[in-house]
Write a protein that binds this ligand. Structure first.
Ligand SMILES: *Cc1c(COP(=O)(O)O)cnc(C)c1O
Length: 378
């Protein structure tokens, strides 16, 4: 029998698939629990922007037959909404099937065998996946306080380096870097190296001094800023994100983009959501309150989290986290183990609604209590 793994490209043979958060329905099927709280995938607990929902309903009402046609491959309506909201011309925008798609477009366009790409330890898992699938070599640079060590990342550049991936804030750690650190980094990186600044959680950042990729983009022809509608805008299931970059880089990314990579309902919803600043502000405020609720609750349990600017906390359980993750599942609480990120003692917990946070904190207290008793009698 053919071993098809041997037929796959070398970069693909060694890939370990991305591990998504456990779906609510799956846990319901397995355990038959009546109440389940999912805080595992950094989704917006408010759900989608109401403007996005209304736009989908209106589109289906007005022209249901459109679902039988291909979507607008140029995404005119969404690009126009991005232009109105942020000022970017359409020739600066690449739309993606989630920003995950954008990350893969960058890898496909710029990387192949013999090339290097750099990313940080504990950084978003899609970077190594996208890089290795192309046959390029991924260079993982050691973290500093769980975050990106930007001077070390700049120092890791070699003539083979084509792309550097940065996440600000990073997932799963929630760590961030300052504008001055980023500027020093960009000054140190050769002008031909493409830098991806992934701002999937940018909308949750409250510090007015924080680095904003859009504010610095025009200074760096080699910079790609990546954003998503999946997190703050609450459209995770529709899969839509985008990159903004120079017209030259945008032209290249669009050469490897599937012609119809964003579906028509996602385009309609995203165009409505992108202008819904009120909803984004409400999501940010809710997140801020929820983060305080979690930090206080964790402190009461004697636990601490890595300082985070995202809509999640990476909590140090002080012991192997996997049994606690499993015990929380039995309590109806889905969080995310991050051993695959080199963090076997941490759990990543998305910030939910106040009652979801309270439910999860109470479950965590019970689970820790049981674990301590078991540990004492073992
Ligand atoms: C969630 C996430 C993304 C991508 O999400 P999409 O749903 O594909 O838009 C990108 N980067 C980071 C760091 C993320 O956590």
């Amino acid at each position: 029998m053919t071993d098809f793994l041997q037929q796959a490209r070398p970069g693909v043979q060694h890939l370990a698939p991305y591990q998504p958060g456990k779906p609510i329905e799956e846990l319901q099927r397995e355990l038959g629990l009546s109440k389940i709280v999912k805080l595992a995938s950094n989704e917006n607990p408010l759900g989608p922007s109401p403007k996005a929902l209304a736009a989908i309903h209106a589109a289906l009402q007005a022209s249901p037959a459109e679902l039988g046609r291909y979507p607008d491959g140029n995404g005119f309506v969404l690009k126009d909404a991005i232009r109105r909201q942020f000022g970017w011309a359409p020739d600066r925008i690449t739309l993606g099937n989630g920003s995950n798609d954008v990350l893969e477009l960058v890898a496909r366009a710029f990387l192949g065998e013999g090339d290097d790409a750099i990313y940080a330890r504990h950084a978003f898992a899609v970077y190594p996946l996208a890089v290795q699938a192309t046959g390029a070599r991924g260079i993982e640079v050691a973290a500093k306080d769980y975050g990106h060590d930007l001077p070390a990342m700049a120092a890791a550049v070699t003539p083979a380096t084509k792309v550097i991936f940065l996440a600000n804030p990073n997932n799963p750690t929630g760590t961030w870097f300052e504008r001055s650190e980023f500027e020093a980094f960009m000054a140190a990186v050769p002008a031909q190296v493409v830098v991806v600044l992934d701002e999937a959680y940018g909308e949750f950042v409250t510090d007015p001094q924080a680095l904003d990729g859009f504010a610095v983009l025009d200074r760096y022809p080699n910079l790609i800023v990546s954003r998503t509608l999946a997190k703050a805008y609450g459209l995770a299931s529709l899969r839509v994100g985008y990159a903004v970059a120079s017209a030259a880089i945008t032209n290249i990314l669009n050469r490897v983009r599937q012609p119809f990579n964003v579906n028509s309902l996602a385009l309609v919803a995203a165009a409505a959501a992108i202008g819904d600043s009120e909803f984004v502000a409400r999501s940010r405020d809710l997140n801020e309150a929820g983060r305080q609720q979690w930090l206080q609750g964790l402190q009461a349990l004697g636990l601490s989290a890595i300082p985070s600017r995202g809509n999640f906390l990476c909590v140090d359980m002080g012991r192997s986290a996997l049994p606690l993750f499993q015990a929380l599942l039995r309590e109806g609480v889905i969080v995310r183990p991050v051993a695959n990120y080199g963090l076997p003692n941490h759990l990543r917990i998305s910030i939910g609604l106040a009652d979801e946070n309270a439910f999860a904190l109470a479950a965590l207290a019970r689970v820790l209590q049981a674990a301590t008793v078991a540990g004492a009698t073992a």
